[in-house]
Design a protein around this ligand. Structure first.
Ligand code: NAP
Length: 288
């Protein structure tokens, strides 16, 4: 069974617990789950990692998902996985730090699927460098993708959502910046905190038009990019997370799913921490 089938089993398990379970096929499962049936979702930075996890969760709930990234090979592989599991998906090559690409990706969603209901602005980079050696170019690169890229994707999507008087926008921020600090990530933390400042005013401007905007703040999530930080980093992080392990991309996907759903219609301008309790301990003594 493919990755989507596996995630679908999570839904089966919940149905089984609530007495609603029946034995469906994977495709029937999409119809039965269906919290995002007939919705079109654009997810930036979904060719791997957290964005891919969000795309898989959304597709399993019936959304048509546009995968966005710079690498067509990786992006098309995600599209193929989703299709194999019975979902609907396509790829759009885009660099989120370019306004013309942001416009093009929303256009592609409308051309391909007829509308744009959900945007997850997730593309982000986190190169580590300390302030004393950080250059202007280092600073600008991270701002351009994480913060300007979010502004562009949100602005281009709002234009479409306003016309249909419906939209759900979810930003992937981080605990780093809004809540915590970590040596080497001052520029990164500034972008992730900046995203929350941006979304509070965006929420006010968008509310009269039926569009909500909220953020998920992941802690340490097991992705290729995080694995690149080394096994020592991963082990130390596991020791600082109360639930005792790193999160999975689907954990962020399920949080984003709630904020993207119709059930979250009365929630806007808010943020949801998805970190296994990592920000809670006052000191090492608080970790058992
Ligand atoms: P990742 O595995 O490196 O994936 C990043 C994604 O963003 C890739 O699909 C990449 O695709 C895309 N991307 C990067 N630059 C782009 C650009 N200029 N234009 C378009 N797409 C671009 O990283 P991740 O760990 O999944 O992180 C995803 C998001 O979660 C980021 O915003 C990150 O800050 C946030 N986050 C991650 C963690 C964590 O523990 N992993 C924790 C907190 C927050 P291409 O290379 O094909 O462009």
């Amino acid at each position: 069974m493919g990755a989507l089938g596996w995630r679908y089993n999570g839904i089966e398990d919940r149905c089984r617990l609530s007495g609603l379970y029946k034995e469906p096929s994977v495709t029937e499962g999409f119809e039965m789950a269906g919290r995002l049936n007939a919705k079109t979702a654009v997810i930036t930075g979904s060719s791997r990692g957290i964005g891919k996890g969000i795309a898989q969760v959304f597709a399993a709930e019936g959304a048509r998902v546009l995968i966005v990234g710079r690498d067509p090979r990786a992006g098309n592989a995600v599209v193929e996985e989703i299709r194999q599991a019975g979902g609907e998906s396509d790829f759009c090559r885009a660099n989120v730090s370019r306004w013309s690409d942001a416009e093009a990706l929303t256009q592609k969603a409308v051309d391909r699927f007829g509308r744009l209901d959900i945007l997850v602005s997730n593309a982000g980079i986190f190169p580590s460098i300390r302030i004393e050696v950080m250059t202007e170019a280092d600073w600008d690169e991270v701002q351009a993708v994480n913060l300007k890229g979010t502004f562009f994707a949100v602005k281009a999507s709002f234009h479409r959502m306003k016309a249909q008087h419906y939209g759900r926008i979810v930003l992937t921020s981080s605990i780093t910046g809004p809540v915590t600090g970590f040596p080497g990530w001052a520029h990164y933390g500034a972008t992730k905190a900046g995203m929350l400042g941006f979304l509070r005013t965006a929420a006010l401007e968008f509310a009269p038009h039926g569009v909500t905007i909220n953020a998920v703040l992941p802690g340490n999530i097991r992705t290729e990019a995080l694995d690149d930080l080394g096994t020592d980093y991963v082990r130390r992080m596991e020791q600082s997370i109360p639930v005792g392990k790193l999160g999975e991309p689907a954990d962020v996907g399920y949080a984003a799913l709630f904020l993207a759903s119709d059930e979250a219609r009365f929630i806007t301008g808010q943020s949801l921490i998805v970190d296994g309790g990592q920000v809670l301990p006052e000191s090492r003594d608080a970790l058992q």
